[in-house]
Design a protein around this ligand. Structure first.
Ligand SMILES: NC(=O)c1ccc[n+]([C@@H]2O[C@H](COP(=O)([O-])OP(=O)(O)OC[C@H]3O[C@@H](n4cnc5c(N)ncnc54)[C@H](O)[C@@H]3O)[C@@H](O)[C@H]2O)c1
Length: 269
């Protein structure tokens, strides 16, 4: 996979310790690798674990489980004795309308995508206070702002992540804890490839997904990592409580020209 500008290691995170959840692949992996190049000590946690080289500590765990998150933070304390940044990236997608979604499926997605952010934040806050502050970067989605068809619980979970992002900022700003969210559109990762593979014509679906972006492409994990780096770093010391949409212009306006579908009198609403 090709990538966009991914930095050459200007040490913007020197002296910091960062946790990236779901860091074995995709956006999480790109973020972990970028942070390490910028001088951070990086811990990733994922369900499967991954060999990310000697610069990144890769642990296995389920971030939706309280016991796993407690064990993860105990390991961070033991190994590094500090924590400055948490990137809550781990999530799952589930396709279905409310009609198609069982109660168990609903609870599972909400647990993985939302409770995990609560759990890691709860464990991180005491460490952040001890360090004089910290930065939480939640990887949400444009689906937290609008609803994508057939993704009822995923849309809901990302909206909840945005609400929790704001709550953390409001309640813990006094401790110099910042909390922000990144809302990507389509990012070329395994999660997205699996989504396209379920379509009747995957190649056509990929081309259409690129074409709805004004920049006529989907994003790469490095695009998201670049923004996560800024929000994690001291350069963003006044940024908190916000959602940063990174979508190649997708949600800036409608890309369907209604004048082609409607008469010219009614097209310009
Ligand atoms: N790919 C996209 O198009 C896209 C668009 C918008 C938002 N996002 C969001 O970006 C984030 C990363 O997406 P991605 O495409 O890189 O995903 P991915 O499926 O490629 O990777 C997800 C990672 O999360 C980990 N993970 C999942 N559940 C976990 C759990 N319970 N405990 C620990 N680790 C767990 C997986 O092991 C994996 O490392 C997600 O929050 C996703 O919702 C992705």
């Amino acid at each position: 996979m090709s990538s966009t500008h991914n930095g050459n290691g200007s040490q913007r995170l020197a002296g910091k310790v960062a946790l990236v959840t779901g860091g074995s692949r995709g956006i999480g992996r790109a973020t972990a690798e970028r942070f390490a190049r910028e001088g951070a000590k990086v811990v990733v946690v994922s369900r499967s674990g991954a060999d990310l080289g000697s610069d990144i500590l890769s642990l296995t765990g389920d971030v939706s489980r309280e016991a796993d998150v407690s064990a993860l933070f105990a390991e961070i304390e033991r190994t590094f004795g500090q924590l400055d940044v948490v990137v809550n990236n781990a999530a799952i997608e589930f396709e279905g309308t409310v009609d198609d979604t069982t109660v168990e499926q609903w609870d599972h997605v909400m647990t993985v995508n939302v409770r995990s952010v609560f759990l890691t934040s709860k464990c991180a806050l005491p460490l952040f206070r001890r360090a004089g502050g910290g930065s939480i970067v939640n990887i949400a989605s444009v689906d937290g702002h609008w609803a994508e068809p057939g993704l009822a619980v995923y849309n809901t979970s990302k909206g909840a992540v945005l609400a929790l992002t704001r709550a953390l900022a409001i309640d813990h700003g006094k401790d110099n804890v910042r909390s922000n969210a990144i809302c990507p559109s389509y990012v070329l990762t395994d999660m997205l490839e699996q989504f396209f593979d379920h379509e009747a014509d995957p190649a056509k679906a990929r081309a259409q997904a690129a074409s709805i972006h004004p920049l006529n492409r989907m994003s790469y994990p490095d695009d998201i990592a670049n923004l996560a780096l800024f929000l994690a770093s001291d350069e963003a010391s006044f940024a908190t409580g916000q959602s940063y949409v990174l979508d190649g212009g997708l949600t800036a306006g409608r890309t369907v020209d209604l004048s082609r579908l409607l008469s010219t009198e009614t097209a310009h609403v």
